[in-house]
Design a protein around this ligand. Structure first.
Ligand SMILES: N[C@@H](CCC(=O)N[C@@H](CS)C(=O)NCC(=O)O)C(=O)O
Length: 211
């Protein structure tokens, strides 16, 4: 397998964690988002979204991280990202997709660039935007977790779909100086995940394209 990604891309970070948890070996292929290499025709011919990550596996190029996570879990079921219990599956998806669709989508790099040019917003306004959309969804996720107990993970003794999406988002939250002081459930789960080899190996600082 080859994973086309960028060290600080949170959606690439999701896939690195997922492949590590599944125990799947992969080659990292850096694509520089800052220079726009993801928009080169050589890349968009393979991935018309021009987005990262892209996974080359089983003779096919696949994009869109959430679909990729679900595909990986179906193609390589052990260990599972979603539990057998339908309510547990629902909760993991509820929280993971809230982060993916309500935070990541509006805080993605092309959105932030557009706010700057052509809309003309200053960097401090853009940072305020970023933290606004974080809080709007991380607060209800924290409230949901408060009802679910105080384990290391959302469910049981292993991370799954929710944690794979959460950890890269918290990495970004810290980059934007977001205050996680009132989010003890999120930070407890974060600490447990970061102690695991699959999460440690996937960290942006440990990637071959990290400065
Ligand atoms: N919905 C997509 C979003 C992917 C995405 O936008 N990734 C970012 C990096 S975190 C990217 O490639 N941005 C560059 C661009 O879209 O031009 C997914 O989940 O894979």
């Amino acid at each position: 397998m080859r994973l086309f990604g960028y060290f600080r891309s949170s959606t690439s970070y999701r896939l690195r964690i997922a492949l590590g948890l599944k125990g799947l070996a992969f080659e990292s292929v850096p694509v520089n988002l800052v220079t726009g290499a993801n928009k080169d025709s050589a890349f968009t011919q393979r991935n018309p979204f021009g987005s990262l990550p892209m996974l080359e596996a089983d003779g096919r190029d696949r994009a869109q991280s959430m679909a990729l996570l679900e595909w990986l879990d179906e193609a390589y079921p052990t260990p599972p990202f979603l539990l057998a219990d339908i309510e547990a599956r629902y909760t993991a998806r509820e929280l993971a997709y809230a982060i993916a669709t309500e935070i990541h989508a509006v805080n993605n790099l092309p959105v932030l660039k557009y706010l700057k040019d052509p809309l003309g917003h200053a960097q401090d306004e853009i940072d305020t935007w970023y933290r606004h959309w974080l809080k709007r969804t991380l607060d209800p996720v924290e409230a949901r977790l408060a009802h679910l107990g105080a384990g290391d993970f959302l469910h049981g003794d292993a991370p799954g779909l929710f944690e794979i999406v959460l950890i890269p988002q918290l990495y970004n939250a810290r980059r934007f100086a977001y205050d996680l002081g009132a989010s003890p459930h999120l930070t407890r789960i974060e600490a447990a995940c970061l102690a695991l080899p699959a999460f440690a190996a996937a960290h942006p600082d440990r990637q071959i394209d990290a400065p």
